[in-house]
Ligand binder design. Structure first.
Ligand SMILES: Cc1cc2nc3c(=O)[nH]c(=O)nc-3n(C[C@H](O)[C@H](O)[C@H](O)COP(=O)(O)OP(=O)(O)OC[C@H]3O[C@@H](n4cnc5c(N)ncnc54)[C@H](O)[C@@H]3O)c2cc1C
Length: 435
C-alpha cells in the first residue's frame, strides 16, 4: 500500500498534532489510516470489531471452505508499529458535527480536527416482511458463522429424517449478484462433499439449492454472455436458477413468492443488496444520498463540511465526468477512496488545495464453485473458466491483509482443493450463532 512521503512524526508533544478520527476498520478505513501512519497527525481508528474482515471471502466461511480466522485480521496487529495510531474497539453511536465530536455507545466523547466516516453498509431487506428476522445475511463474520451452523444443522436434521420419512431440503439464496452466485456454487460443493466424504445417507436428489432473483439474468453488472455462462455452470452443479421471481415474505422456515408459492426452506440466504440507511453515514446530512449514503464532493468531503469526510460503501462518490452517477460499492473503490481522503487531509494541513478523486477501475469478478469464475477487466474484457478462477484467486490473495493470512488461505485452499479437510464443517454454536 502506498504511503505519502511527507514529514514523519517526531514531535515532542504529539498531543499538539491535528487529530484525525477514522470510524470503521474495513477496506476504506484501513486504507485511510495506512496513509496517515507515521505522518504528522494523531490518528484514532474506531471499529465495533477488533478485527478487519475481508468481506469478499465470507461466503467461503459460510460454506465451510475457510475458517473465520482466515478472512479476518486484528486491527491492532495492522497498525501496531505506527506510533501515531491508536485503535479503539467501540461502536460509534453519534456524530455531533457542530462540536466536532464523535460519541461512543458508552457515552464517551472523542473530539476531532478531521473525521473520516468509513462505516460501510448493511444488508438491504427492501421492507420485505420477515426478511430481516428470518433470512440469513452475509455481511459480518458472525453472519457467516451463523449461516454455516444453520446449513450444517439442516443437513444433520435431513439425515435423521432420511431414515424415516425422507423429505426435500431446500436452501434458498436470494439475489443473483456475485455474493448470491458465489454462495450458491460453494453450497452445492459443500453438500456434495458432506454426502460423499462424510458418508451422509441422505439422497442428494432431495437437497435442492434455489438461486432466485427478480431480474431476468444473473450478474447484471457483467455482460450478457458472462451471465449466461454463470447460469450454465451453476445448473451443471445442480443449482436451480429461478429468475424473474419476487420474494414477498420470509417466515421462520419458509419463503413465499409473489406467484403464491410457499416453499419450506432449511435456510434462506439473503444476498439481495446493501444499504447505508440506518448507519452513521445516513445521519451525517439533512438529506442523504442514494440508499442512505453520505453525499460527498469530488474531494470526498461532505458537501457542507470542511473537515468531515466519507469514503467506501458509506459514501455516494460522484463519478468523474458524470457527477449524476456514483461509483459502485466495491472493495477497490473503498481502498482508493480511503487513500485519497487521507492524502487530501495531509494536503490541507500543509496549506494546499484538495484534489478530486479519480477511480481506477480494477474490474469485477465472481467465482462459480472451485473451477470456474467470470471476470470483467477493463481493456481486457470478459475472462471466464479456470483462467478466470486463477485470476480471482490471485487477486483475492493479493488484497488479503497480512502475509500470514495470505499464506494460510493459500495453504487452506490448496488443501481443500485436494482433500476437503473436515475442520470447517464442525458445528460450534455459541449463543449468537446457535439461533
Ligand atoms: C459478502 C460480500 C462479498 C463481497 N464481494 C466483493 C468482491 O468480490 N469484490 C469487491 O470489489 N467487493 C466485494 N464486496 C463489497 C466490498 O466488500 C465493499 O465494497 C467494501 O467492504 C467496502 O469497504 P468499507 O471499508 O467501505 O466498508 P466495510 O468493509 O463494510 O467496513 C466497515 C467497517 O466499519 C465498522 N463499523 C460500522 N459501523 C460502525 C460503528 N457505528 N462504529 C464503529 N465501527 C463501525 C464495521 O465493523 C466495519 O469494520 C463484497 C461485500 C460483501 C458483503
Amino acid at each position: 500500500m502506498e504511503t505519502s512521503p511527507r514529514a514523519h512524526v517526531d514531535s515532542p508533544d504529539p498531543a499538539s498534532l491535528p487529530h484525525v478520527v477514522v470510524v470503521g476498520g474495513g477496506f476504506a478505513g484501513v486504507s485511510a489510516v495506512r496513509a496517515l501512519a507515521h505522518q504528522a497527525v494523531r490518528v484514532t481508528l474506531i471499529d465495533r470489531h477488533n478485527f478487519h474482515t475481508f468481506l469478499p471471502l465470507l461466503y467461503q466461511v459460510a460454506t465451510a471452505g475457510l475458517e473465520p480466522a482466515d478472512v479476518a485480521y486484528p486491527i491492532r496487529t495492522i497498525f501496531g508499529h505506527a506510533k501515531n495510531v491508536r485503535v479503539r474497539h467501540a461502536r460509534v453511536s453519534d456524530v455531533e458535527r457542530e462540536r466536532n465530536v464523535v460519541v461512543l455507545e458508552d457515552g464517551t466523547e472523542i473530539s476531532y480536527d478531521h473525521l473520516v466516516v468509513a462505516t460501510g453498509a448493511v444488508a438491504a431487506y427492501f421492507d420485505i416482511p420477515g426478511a430481516k428476522n428470518y433470512s440469513m445475511p452475509l455481511y459480518t463474520l458472525a453472519n457467516a458463522r451463523r449461516l454455516r451452523n444453520r446449513l450444517l444443522r439442516s443437513l444433520e436434521d435431513a439425515e435423521v429424517a432420511a431414515e424415516t420419512v425422507p423429505k426435500e431440503l431446500n436452501f434458498v439464496v436470494v439475489g443473483g449478484g456475485p455474493t448470491g452466485v458465489e454462495t450458491a456454487g460453494a453450497l452445492s460443493e459443500l453438500i456434495e462433499i458432506v454426502i460423499r466424504r462424510d458418508g451422509m445417507k441422505l439422497d442428494p436428489v432431495n437437497v435442492r439449492i434455489r438461486l432466485v432473483d427478480v431480474a431476468s439474468r444473473l450478474l447484471t453488472a457483467f455482460p450478457d454472455r458472462a451471465s449466461s455462462y454463470a447460469r450454465e455452470e451453476l445448473e451443471s452443479m445442480g443449482v436451480d436458477v429461478e429468475l424473474g421471481r419476487s420474494v414477498v415474505e420470509v417466515e421462520p422456515h419458509a419463503i413465499r413468492f409473489s406467484d403464491g408459492e410457499r416453499l419450506e426452506a432449511g435456510a434462506v440466504v439473503w444476498a439481495g443488496g446493501v444499504t447505508a440507511v440506518g448507519t452513521i453515514a445516513d445521519q451525517l446530512e439533512e438529506t442523504s444520498g442514494p440508499n442512505g449514503r453520505a453525499l460527498v464532493n469530488g474531494d470526498l468531503r461532505l458537501r457542507d463540511s470542511d473537515n468531515v469526510w466519507c469514503v467506501g460503501d458509506a459514501a455516494a462518490i460522484p463519478q468523474r465526468g458524470d457527477p449524476s452517477k456514483f461509483y459502485p460499492q466495491l472493495a477497490p473503490v473503498a481502498i482508493q477512496s480511503g487513500l485519497h481522503c487521507s492524502k487530501q487531509i495531509l494536503r490541507l494541513l500543509e496549506g494546499e488545495a484538495t484534489e478530486p478523486f479519480h477511480y481506477r477501475d480494477k474490474g469485477i469478478m465472481a467465482t462459480i464453485g472451485r473451477h470456474a469464475a467470470v471476470a470483467k477487466i477493463p481493456h481486457v474484457g470478459v475472462i471466464r473458466g479456470t483462467v478466470g478462477w486463477m485470476a480471482w484467486l490471485g487477486l483475492h490473495l493479493w488484497y488479503l491483509v497480512g502475509f500470514r493470512n495470505r499464506l494460510r488461505v493459500f495453504i487452506n485452499w490448496t488443501w481443500r482443493y485436494f482433500d476437503w479437510p473436515s475442520g470447517p464443517r464442525l458445528i460450534v454454536a455459541d449463543a449468537e450463532t446457535a439461533k
